[in-house]
Design a protein around this ligand. Structure first.
Ligand SMILES: C[S@@+](CC[C@H](N)C(=O)[O-])C[C@H]1O[C@@H](n2cnc3c(N)ncnc32)[C@H](O)[C@@H]1O
Length: 288
């Protein structure tokens, strides 16, 4: 009886989540079925959920996963691979540089290399402390979905007008806000972040929301092959998309389901997309 109740809870009409290896999860899915593949793979740095291996082996394994993701990607779709550095004997290997040739071999088009800047992390003693990671945004074709309006951010001078010429007196900026640019500043999910779970390196939901809103339409499918605690699924469902994801750690999958149910119940707390990074007038600077 108790088991039946739990099984009933682990369903949602727009969430397809499994505790499974990503290659096994992807193989039965139809080619071209995903509008957005967005993920952050392990960086091969010995986190609790990964086995450290030689960089060459790591890249070979990434190549297999990327190949399946490209197969699933729809012709108008986008693939976003979020990575930082692999570190070996004090030397850094930026994984976007290491993995880029794989995407290129598949004929994908790089649209932006987005820099995600955050202010907290390890304090290095022999090199500068790392305070950014990147998102490689690729498309399959030139006819890709890109909706700028839902992700515009407030203009610096919203009321500014042309002061001469044929447009004198008219607004010189878009009243909906400006393009957010390719350097994104979002707090990373550390202990004082409202979204923190037991996972050591979660996506901030607001980061994925920006990708979901600009690169998909309502009803589209979004897939995260290294789902962790389901941040991409939450971002997709919140905006009426369909979320697909898998992870090999049962604890993370359980947390992902829990977050989905909290989202549906209206109790899931996430950091709002337009909140300033640090607001000294709010408790904890607005992080909680
Ligand atoms: C960097 S974390 C992703 C965290 C995720 N973005 C989130 O917000 O929770 C990478 C995840 O990949 C999972 N993983 C590692 N190998 C995997 C595989 N072969 N198939 C599916 N998931 C895997 C790990 O358990 C880990 O949770």
């Amino acid at each position: 009886m108790r088991q039946a109740t739990l099984l009933t809870l682990q369903t949602d009409r727009q969430a397809h989540i499994a505790c499974q290896d990503n290659l096994a999860f992807m193989r039965p899915l139809a080619s071209g079925c995903m509008q957005l593949v967005v993920t952050s793979p392990p960086y091969n740095i010995g986190k609790s959920y990964e086995r450290r291996r030689r960089l060459r082996h790591y890249v070979e394994q990434q190549a297999q996963v990327i190949s399946e993701c490209v197969r699933l990607l729809s012709p108008r779709g986008s693939l976003c691979w979020q990575v930082g550095n692999h570190v070996e004997a004090g030397e850094i290997f930026p994984l976007d540089m290491v993995l880029y040739p794989i995407f290129q071999e598949h004929g994908l088009h790089l649209r932006n290399r987005i820099v995600w800047h955050f202010e907290h992390g390890l304090h290095c003693t022999n090199r500068l402390s790392g305070r950014y990671e990147t998102i490689l945004w690729f498309t399959k074709t030139d006819d890709h979905v890109f909706n700028l309006d839902p992700i515009r951010v407030p203009s610096k001078y919203p009321g500014k007008k042309y002061f001469k010429g044929p447009k004198a007196g008219q607004l010189s900026c878009n009243p909906l806000g400006k393009n957010p640019g390719d350097v994104w500043v979002f707090p990373n999910v550390k202990n004082n972040h409202v979204e923190k779970t037991s996972h050591p390196c979660q996506f901030p939901v607001e980061l994925v929301e920006r990708l979901v809103l600009s690169l998909t339409e309502p009803g589209d499918s979004v897939f995260d092959p290294y789902m962790g605690v389901g941040s991409s699924i939450v971002a997709a469902l919140r905006h009426d998309r369909v979320g697909y994801g898998c992870d090999v750690v049962q604890e993370y999958v359980d947390i992902a389901w829990d977050r989905v149910h909290q989202l549906r119940a209206g109790t899931l707390r996430t950091r709002p997309m337009h909140r300033p990074v640090y607001d000294p007038s709010l408790p904890y600077g607005g992080h909680r």
